[in-house]
Design a protein around this ligand. Structure first.
Ligand code: NAG
Ligand code: NAG
Ligand code: NAG
Length: 228
């Protein structure tokens, strides 16, 4: 009986400590680890540049105020200000991005497997929302019309979107608690994968015929972001 209790306590402690470890940022062991893009060593992130070669410019990026071209099928453009643009962000567990929207422009349904997102409207009017996971209550849509100065949160791993309803251009920023939040655009992933998902599978899933699925697979599923 007592051995059983000890085992349960030990298992609980192990569970709690493993949760704590996996839910917090890794502790930094030094002031910074500026990304060394030239290294051939493969690690989680980038190896560090020699600190003697680090300069202030490694922590700097200019031009996030510049409007980006939204001349693509989606009418949106995501400018990622991550470690590729600021090498000093390496290992810090955060990045930011700027998003431009043409009138009617859409940042299509997508999710970030490794981070939640704090979204701020800098200019214009957007309709934004996220959808919860499957549950007894079904997939709930949490959505809101936003204007300049509004902040909205998209929880980690949940599908979300932003749509410009303002009739003029809109601009937002998105901050992430990961150096590499990951981006999974639902349409691109399902209809634009290489090689393609067999049409019979998507036809069953979407309850459409394979002709319609093959047509969807032939569309040009553009990427609306750039890292460099
Ligand atoms: C990588 O190599 C290029 C060309 O040799 C050099 O200009 C650059 O400073 C190097 N970058 C780092 C982070 O070492
Ligand atoms: C985003 O804007 C930049 C700068 O205007 C442009 O070079 C790039 O092609 C645009 N990307 C997309 C997907 O439209
Ligand atoms: C497939 O579905 C579309 C849309 O419902 C329909 O117009 C088309 O006739 C169907 N094609 C076949 C081969 O069943």
């Amino acid at each position: 009986m007592s051995a059983k209790i000890i085992l349960i306590i030990a298992a609980s402690i192990a569970l709690i400590s493993s949760i704590c470890v996996s839910s917090s940022d890794p502790g930094l062991l030094q002031d910074f680890c500026v990304a060394n893009f030239n290294s051939t060593v493969v690690v989680n992130g980038y190896p560090c540049k020699d600190p003697l070669l680090v300069t202030s410019d490694d922590f700097f990026f200019s031009g996030i105020d510049q409007p980006r071209s939204t001349d693509n099928q989606l009418g949106s453009n995501i400018t990622v200000v991550g470690v590729e643009r600021i090498p000093g962000l390496n290992t810090m567990g955060l990045i930011i991005s700027r998003i431009d929207y043409a009138p009617g422009g859409l940042n299509p349904p997508h999710y970030h497997p490794r981070s939640s997102e704090v979204f701020t409207v800098v200019e214009g009017n957007l309709f934004v929302g996220f959808i919860t996971t499957n549950s007894d209550m079904g997939n709930t849509l949490y959505a809101k019309k936003l204007q300049k100065g509004d902040v909205f949160v998209f929880p980690q791993g949940l599908i979300h979107f932003q749509f410009n309803i303002g009739g003029k251009r809109a601009v937002a920023t998105a901050a992430f608690g990961s150096q590499s939040p990951g981006l999974m655009t639902v349409t691109n992933a399902l209809f634009g994968s290489i090689p393609p998902v067999p049409a019979v599978i998507l036809a069953k899933a979407f309850q459409l015929n394979t002709t319609t699925i093959e047509w969807l697979q032939q569309q040009n599923w553009v990427q609306n972001f750039n890292y460099n």
